[in-house]
Ligand binder design. Structure first.
Ligand code: PLP
Length: 487
């Protein structure tokens, strides 16, 4: 009377209630087509007797199946498998994993995205010497941060628990604008600050909202691969602009790519070469942007780390025409995992960016913003930056000593007055990528310079010296030195 599959489901030792087991057995039999549409089922009493369960158990299972539309009841005539279930929906589909070659149909945007190699640069798993761009995670002021969190969670206002302002928590925007005014010469009010999920979101939004597919963008060459990936995924045409001792060669861009609509630039510490964009070049760039109506995306990712003299103020502070969009982040100065960055936008762009940002991820996380705002207001942020600046200067000095001791002549280093990594150009028969692999074999992380170029790649290696305690760095330098000298 009933297909064996229903019976085979019943397991009296199981923690799953019997009525759910009966429900599951019948449902599966319907989906498999063992119980055909319009088939009349036995009465609940008969089925209970047949299965050896209480009638109530069968009633509960029927009730659920009726509710979900697998069964229908006809008054005075019993219960049927719903007669309208289409045959095709009842056939079992064999689901193959995507990796077995069955690809879902993707959008053109997704296909473009898949062409861009992002994982290598945006989600490196290793945390070990000499990974670049890493702050000293273990020196984060955990206790202070924990106390601030505990206090803010104790009795938080509803605004921080509910859907908040998509621009970001006002006190944080205010603290950031005051900090930027005082420390970076950025001219802005809190109403121009949009909190983002790291600079990556800011770069992606700017590329997508201000440029069309096929538009040209000046890209520092070599340049930051995270930015490059976002621009490529937006379908932009990247124009390589070479770097010399004064930074981006603005005249080269003006001559060869006069119709570009945007410029991506890291003026305070060119990534990855570490050069500061000279004042002359800054003024040239602003003039060119004004005359050609282009935007400038100023990525000021680690300007806090300057070990000699005062840093040049941000380009944004020199801009008279609202052409500069300033991109900032707490990833380097606090922790990458905080995922808080910001854009400083010309006023007339703010609504557009807020609109787009709220569609992507609605708003930044409430309590984290409140904690960070207070950390900035109470001086904790400034104290931490000062402490890290001293620590990183020491770590650079130590790194230079270790490099002189352990690394061969063809891997020369110069001290740098700023930043978090050092670059060595290679004068060796080995490619930088081959050396990265050799280093990995002995548990050391270094980054190759050549992939950062769009054209005319030079070979080199990047060593992050800020993120790791002295003993770890010394051990890594020793191990790497052994490998390099043996090559
Ligand atoms: C040039 C540059 N900009 C920005 C960032 C920071 O990105 P995010 O704020 O998304 O963590 C980095 C980190 O490596 C970087 O090198």
């Amino acid at each position: 009377m009933l297909p064996p599959s229903v019976l085979s489901h019943l397991n009296r030792a199981s923690e799953v209630p019997l009525h759910l087991q009966v429900y599951e057995g019948l449902r599966e039999a319907i989906l498999e087509g063992t119980l055909k549409p319009a088939l009349k089922l036995p009465s609940t009493r008969a089925m209970a007797g047949h299965l050896g369960v209480s009638r109530n158990t069968v009633l509960l299972a029927f009730e659920q199946l009726l509710l979900e539309g697998y069964l229908e009841s006809r008054v005075g005539d019993g219960t049927y498998v719903t007669h309208t279930l289409p045959d095709t929906s009842l056939q079992k589909v064999e689901v193959k994993p995507i990796s077995e070659g069955v690809q879902p149909r993707l959008s053109g945007r997704a296909r473009k995205l898949l062409e861009v190699q992002v994982t290598q640069y945006l989600s490196q798993p290793e945390y070990r010497a000499f990974r670049s761009g890493m702050p000293a995670l273990k020196d984060f002021p955990f206790e202070e941060w924990r106390k601030l969190h505990a206090r803010h969670w104790k009795n938080p206002p509803v605004q921080l628990l509910s859907y908040g302002d998509p621009r970001g928590h006002f006190p944080l925007r205010q603290a950031i604008s005051e900090y930027l005014n005082a420390s970076r010469g950025v001219r802005c009010t809190p109403d121009q600050v949009l909190i983002t999920s790291g600079s990556q979101q800011g770069l992606e939004l700017a590329a997508r909202l201000l440029l069309d597919e096929g538009d040209s963008l000046w890209m520092e060459d070599p340049g930051y691969l995270g930015a490059r990936a976002a621009f490529q995924a937006s379908g932009l045409n990247l124009c390589p602009i070479p770097i010399d001792q004064e930074g981006m060669q603005v005249q080269h861009g003006a001559r060869h790519h006069p119709h570009a609509r945007m410029v991506y630039v890291t003026p305070s510490h060119q990534y990855p070469l570490g050069i500061t964009l000279s004042l002359t070049r800054r003024l040239e760039l602003l003039k060119w942007a004004r005359e050609s109506g282009a935007w400038i995306l100023e990525d000021d990712y680690n300007s806090e780390y300057r070990y000699e003299g005062r840093p040049l103020n941000a380009l944004q502070g020199l801009d008279q025409d609202g052409r500069v969009i300033y991109v900032g982040t707490f990833s380097k100065v606090l922790l990458p995992s905080i995922r808080i960055g910001y854009l400083v936008l010309p006023e007339h762009l703010m609504d557009l960016f807020v609109h787009a940002r709220s569609l992507v991820d609605r708003m930044p996380p409430g309590i984290t913003q409140a904690v960070l705002a207070e950390f900035m207001e109470n001086g904790g942020f400034e104290r931490h930056v000062r402490k890290m600046r001293l620590l990183y200067a020491d770590r650079q000095a130590l790194f230079l000593k270790m490099a002189a001791l352990h690394f061969p002549d063809w891997l020369p280093f110069q001290p740098s007055p700023a930043g978090m990594h050092l670059v060595s150009h290679l004068d060796s028969p080995f490619s930088d990528q081959a050396l990265v692999e050799e280093a990995r074999k002995v548990g050391v992380t270094v980054r190759a310079l050549s992939p950062s170029y769009l054209q005319g790649a030079r070979q080199g290696l990047l060593f992050g010296y800020t993120g790791f305690p002295e003993d770890e760095s010394m051990l890594a330098a020793h191990d790497l030195g052994r490998v390099l000298r043996s090559l």
